[in-house]
Design a protein around this ligand. Structure first.
Ligand code: BES
Ligand code: ZN
Length: 602
């Protein structure tokens, strides 16, 4: 075994080194019975090697079967070695490429425990067929293919996927690429992503899926049982794409489609190019949770075009995207709606900062994740503090100038990566006058804790009614008397209302609220996730079964972590939490179980 190569300082979460790679050709079979992907990844070099060179790729839990270098005339075997595994980073794969190499093919297969992959049994879907999906961000692409798994390295790709097994004719395969719209009887699919993308944007899903177009370039894929609901819920998607283009320039990825996953999907959404993946928990029935689609769409610019160079720069992806998301929502639904989203986001941020503590380096925008799992950096800070920096710039220079700057930023750095330092320099050179620069304490924003003094604080006119309702309740009014105030409320007002309820409410109080507002039986996952902790704290028994049902069917980590925490804090809770977790765990993706195992001591 060779010693571990030193990771390049540029990205502490990737071992990738050596000649530049231009294009990937993936050829894999999808085997539901074995729960493996098997085949080969062929990497085309940017140019044929003038001299022998070492190429280092990232892998984790892969079985390498053989490596061949493609030369002009013939293929030659390549000597390779796998370094000792690191639990987070995996194993560096070192390839000794001879002079003249133009391409290198690695034959391999994945392991059933591959962290990016979730293989679902039919009972874990909305239908009667098995399902597979990947989640590559942040550094899990390496668990399903050998690759330079760093957001700073991009390549175009094509793929030939073959679904195996008796059900192959009913399963549709989709990727973060140009996609088929119908199932192929022979289970064979071809994909092409002509734009260079980083490895974390590689994605694959296979399942019994139907397609419904929305307009000429947008549409929805979902399980048959979910498609009609999804079509109704996301009817505004084409308008969102148009709004985004009006704000910050042309959409550069061809089609924009949505894939609604089974409920175990561990995130709300994932911005896979051409095909955003979303949780079905945003199917509220009233289009009230679609800002999540605006968010993933916005990543088609912030993140997918201009990409954080390393996970320390994650805020460049997410902070811009949250700002952009709210601008899209403002365009579609008006300022009062966007203001509610902003106030809710700021409340989350304050809560997170309080938990982290006033001096915590985790509250800095620029992170230092070397030696840790980049998943640790996935907090509200990148999202909401990042967005607040952009709102600060908006206040400083005005929208017209900021919008022109952002449009130019996306155009100028399209298909490139961006570091926090480069962004800071570009900002100071191209947007800010010296006087403005002196008013903005950029170092405090980027490398300081908490929020710099004078950070903007949003106001929501619509939330005035929420405060009024809360005040009346506090003064002893019965829930039924609130109804004139609450009739027109959207999901956001209800969310703010539930978060604003005093933690001292008793089970009887909750019962009275429930009688009028039916929180326990709500079909809105955000409201359930805000209601259950109150119910747990008060020992409100009618919510017990619905909570258990929720935990057993929903795999979205953002909901699971606070709910299990709240459950653990109740009398008898730890035992019950472990009992439910044991039943529910097979339904969760590794992204969720890795967090929950730690929480529940499993
Ligand atoms: N790209 C993220 C999800 C992500 C980040 C996955 C880091 C793995 C590592 C996605 O765009 C996202 O932010 N999703 C949010 C929803 C959004 C509306 C805040 C989520 O899943 O909750
Ligand atoms: Zn995001």
């Amino acid at each position: 075994m060779q010693p571990l190569p030193t990771p390049p300082p540029a990205d502490p979460h990737s071992y990738a080194q050596g000649p530049a790679l231009r294009h990937l050709q993936l050829a894999l079979t999808v085997d539901f019975a074995q729960q493996t992907l098997a085949g080969s990844a062929t990497w085309l070099l940017a140019e044929p090697l003038a001299a022998a060179a070492t190429l280092v790729l990232d892998t984790r839990d892969l079985t390498i079967e053989g490596v061949q270098a493609g030369l002009k005339a013939s293929d030659v075997p390549v000597s390779y070695s796998l370094a000792a595994p690191d639990p987070v980073l995996g194993q560096a794969l070192r390839l000794e490429l001879p002079a003249g190499t133009a391409a290198v093919r690695i034959a391999y297969h994945t392991s059933p425990g591959a962290a990016a992959l979730q293989w679902l049994a039919p009972t874990q879907t909305a239908g009667t067929h098995p399902f597979l999906f990947t989640q590559s961000q942040a550094i899990l692409a390496r668990t399903w293919l050998p690759c330079p798994d760093s957001p700073g390295r991009r390549f175009s790709y094509e793929a030939a996927m073959e679904v195996l097994g008796p059900e192959r004719g009913q399963l549709l395969a989709l990727m973060s690429a140009e996609n088929p719209q119908a199932t192929a009887l022979d289970g064979r699919y071809q994909f092409r992503q002509p734009q260079p993308v980083p490895a974390y944007l590689l994605a694959l899903a296979v399942g019994r899926l139907d397609f419904a177009p929305l307009d000429a370039r947008t549409g929805i894929y979902a399980e048959p049982a979910t498609l009609a609901r999804a079509q109704a819920e996301f009817g505004e998607m084409s308008a969102m794409v148009r709004a985004a283009e009006q704000l910050y320039g042309p959409y550069r990825w061809g089609r924009y489609d949505l894939l609604v996953l089974p409920s175990s999907f561990p995130f709300g959404g994932m911005e896979n190019p051409c095909l955003t993946f979303v949780t079905p928990t945003i199917l509220a029935g009233d289009r009230s949770l679609t800002s999540l689609v605006a968010h993933e769409l916005a990543h088609s610019w912030s993140g997918n075009l201009v990409t954080n160079a390393t996970w320390d720069d994650f805020w460049l992806n997410e902070g811009f995207t949250v700002y952009f998301e709210r601008r899209i929502m403002e365009q579609l639904y008006g300022r009062p709606y966007a203001d509610m989203l902003q106030v809710l986001g700021e409340a989350d941020l304050r809560h997170t900062m309080q938990e982290m503590g006033p001096a915590s380096p985790a509250t800095h925008l620029r992170l230092h994740l070397a030696g840790r799992d980049p998943d640790d950096g996935l907090t509200d800070i990148a999202y909401e503090k990042g967005c607040l920096l952009l709102l600060t710039l908006e206040r400083l220079v005005g929208r017209p100038r900021l919008d022109a700057f952002i449009t130019e930023y996306f155009a100028r750095f399209a298909f490139q990566s961006m570091t926090t330092d480069h962004f800071a320099a570009y900002l100071t050179q191209t947007l800010l006058t010296p006087d403005e620069a002196s008013q903005l304490d950029l170092p405090a924003w980027l490398d300081g804790p908490g929020l710099p003094p004078g950070a903007p604080v949003a106001q929501s006119a619509r939330f005035a009614a929420v405060y009024a309702a809360l005040a009346r309740l506090a003064a002893g009014a019965g829930p039924a008397t609130l109804q004139p105030i609450t009739t027109e409320w959207s999901s956001q007002e209800w969310e703010h209302f539930l978060r604003g309820l005093p933690p001292t409410l008793t089970a009887a109080d909750l019962g009275r609220l429930d009688e009028v507002f039916h929180f326990t039986t709500s079909g809105n996952a955000e409201l359930l996730a805000a209601w259950f902790p109150l119910a747990l704290r008060a020992g409100y028994a009618p919510a017990d079964a619905p909570l258990e049902n929720f935990l057993r069917h929903v795999g979205r980590r953002k909901f699971l972590v606070p709910l299990y925490r709240a459950l653990l804090a109740t009398p008898g809770g730890p035992a019950r939490a472990r009992e439910i977790y044991q039943l529910a765990r097979p339904n969760y993706h590794s992204v969720a179980t890795s967090t929950l195992d730690a929480l529940l001591g499993a």
